[in-house]
Design a protein around this ligand. Structure first.
Ligand code: ATP
Ligand code: MG
Length: 547
């Protein structure tokens, strides 16, 4: 095996140094010869006649030797200066230091084997990501910066721009989404749409409100019973196509009106529609569009309800049925839809779309945090927004890279809305759309849901701590992680995750936030409150004294 020192030994400076030493030896030999010659000459002249030569004393001989050494050194130094440009070791200043090797090239190397030299191998880790994209944080193993962006990496390290974040409560998923998914993306001039699910009590609104307010963006709020924004599923801006096939047909287009309407009806019925019910709803949809057009209005769900209760002769004829028969087929859907419009979805979808909802700005935040956790409102609103965005992007002339962030995305991956979500996310690449979903556990998703395939296809996966080993193992299984990854996932600390890009092995990433980002991503306001309550009998229990 050859070592670094071997390389030095055979390098040019080393060869020069050797040559220099050799010259010096020769010079010494030459000096000796000169002295010998002088001595011989002296001896010869002595034999020729009487010459008085005084033998040198011991100390005088030593002094002469020293003078000679000094002279030689100064000669060497002159020569060294001349060779300075070719020499790599430092100038000699003291002879004895030189003898100790201080200014000389390193000592020659030693012969060794790879097994012996293993100990001296300095491992140098390569960066886990390329240098192109957006900064996420640092690699916990090597300290390298992590730079990744679904759009920049597309076609290189990933084939799908979709991203999923999975982890227990409070591990930092939303922080990563708000910074790497929103703020840093906006700097690059991208469009970001957020579905903000988490109600933050200290704010009285969704957790993205501070971030939106800081950027002068007013969140679009939805609430049951009116007072919030309204979104019309039959609005041609949201989805213009009708009569598309739910599961097949032309899959190169996002979900259209018929699919959206079907998903809403099935959420209302809490079960799939029968073929007869499906037929009645399709016919009612067409009648609603026709009648609204005649009245120069935009059709909405109220028109569909009316058509289910009162199909007209044109619709019945088109269906090849008697009016009464068609009315009978549509009765159950009509009852459930009416109940849902008046109760579960009151004020949400029963009218024209509110003027304040635009998807043209850089950042749009849909605050759905006031909608009830159970019931059809959340999945329906999330699916409508998803479909609206997909259709908006489908119609744009020049694609603007867009990020759709869905917090608590498990609402969109179960039941009838899952098919719509799946269809839209399948088109992500074509639409320049990066759908980013946050989940708590994989077990939140039913095994039969199309979302399982959707998650497996995500090009970028961020896995935060999963306390339960079953949840950690489910992650290892779903994303084909190397054996032992489940153990790492269950040990992760807040703000760190296993970061997986494409088919590469995952690495442990520490998410890094700027001071502003730290302020805007803090969701611990309520937990860290220092307010106190007075402990007196006459103080009402609800009265709080601020610290
Ligand atoms: N990189 C980090 N370093 C330190 N603290 C962090 C980091 N990321 C987030 N936190 C803190 O952890 C807390 C919870 O973060 P976050 O709201 O992002 O968690 P989450 O996983 O989205 O939780 P949930 O599932 O409840 O929505 C926040 O107050 C935040 O300040
Ligand atoms: Mg969160």
């Amino acid at each position: 095996m050859s070592t670094t020192n071997d390389a030095k030994r055979f390098s040019l400076p080393r060869a020069l140094a050797d040559a220099f030493r050799q010259n010096r030896g020769q010079a010494r030999a030459a000096d000796r010869l000169t002295l010998d010659a002088a001595a011989a000459a002296a001896a010869a002249s002595a034999s020729e006649g009487p010459v008085t030569t005084k033998p040198l004393s011991k100390s005088a001989a030593k002094k002469a030797e020293k003078r000679e050494a000094k002279r030689r050194e100064s000669a060497e130094s002159t020569e060294a200066t001349a060779n300075a440009s070719a020499r790599w070791h430092r100038e000699r200043r003291w002879g004895f230091a030189s003898r100790l090797g201080f200014y000389d090239p390193a000592a020659p190397g030693v012969e060794s084997s790879t097994r012996q030299m293993e100990f001296s191998h300095m491992a140098i880790a390569s960066p886990p990501t390329s240098h192109r994209g957006l900064v996420f944080g640092v690699d916990a193993g090597s300290g390298w910066m992590i730079v990744h962006d679904p759009f920049t990496a597309y076609g290189e390290t990933i084939e799908s721009p979709n991203v999923c974040y999975i982890g227990d409560l409070g591990q930092g998923k939303s922080s990563a989404m708000k910074t790497w998914g929103v703020l840093r993306q906006l700097i690059l001039g991208r469009r970001v749409v957020v579905i903000d699910k988490k109600f933050q009590k200290d704010l009285g609104a969704g957790e993205y409100t501070p971030l939106a307010t800081r950027l002068d963006v007013a969140p679009v709020r939805f609430r049951i019973g009116g007072g919030g924004s309204r979104i019309n599923i039959l609005d041609p801006r949201i989805a213009a196509r009708v009569n598309e096939e739910p599961g097949g047909g032309d899959l190169s287009t996002p979900a259209g009106q018929s699919m959206l309407l079907r998903a809403v009806m099935e959420e209302a019925l809490a079960r799939p529609m029968s073929p007869k019910e499906g037929k009645a709803v399709r016919m009612a949809h067409r009648q609603a569009l026709r009648q609204a057009e005649a009245a120069a209005e935009t059709a909405h769900i109220g028109h569909v309800l009316h058509a289910l209760y009162a199909p007209d002769a044109i619709t019945a004829e088109a269906a090849g049925l008697a009016v009464e028969e068609l009315r009978g087929w549509g009765q159950d859907p009509a009852f459930e839809l009416e109940r849902m419009i008046e109760d579960d979805l009151a004020g949400l979808i029963d009218g024209p779309t509110s003027q304040d909802i635009q998807l043209n700005a850089g950042l749009t935040v849909f605050d759905v945090s006031a909608l009830p956790e159970d019931g059809p409102a959340l999945p329906i609103v999330m699916t409508i927004i998803n479909t609206w965005l997909a259709n908006t992007l489908y119609g744009q002339q020049r694609p603007v890279p867009t990020i759709l962030l869905i917090e608590e995305a498990w609402h969109t991956v179960q039941g009838s809305v899952a098919t719509v979500t799946r269809r839209n996310t399948k088109l992500s690449r074509a639409l320049s759309l990066s759908c980013q979903f946050a989940f708590h556990h994989i077990s939140d998703i039913p095994e039969t849901s199309p979302a399982i395939a959707m998650l497996k296809e995500c090009g970028t996966v961020l896995l935060y701590k999963q306390q339960k080993s079953a949840d950690a193992l489910a992650c290892e299984d779903m994303f084909n992680l190397p054996p032992g990854s489940a153990g790492v996932i269950s040990q992760l600390v807040k703000g760190t995750c296993l970061f997986k890009i494409g088919s590469h092995d995952p690495f442990e990433a520490i998410h890094v936030r700027s001071p502003l980002e730290t302020e805007l991503t803090d969701t611990d306001g309520a937990m860290k409150s220092t307010s106190t309550i007075a402990f007196t009998d006459d103080t009402p229990a609800a009265e709080v004294v601020s610290a």
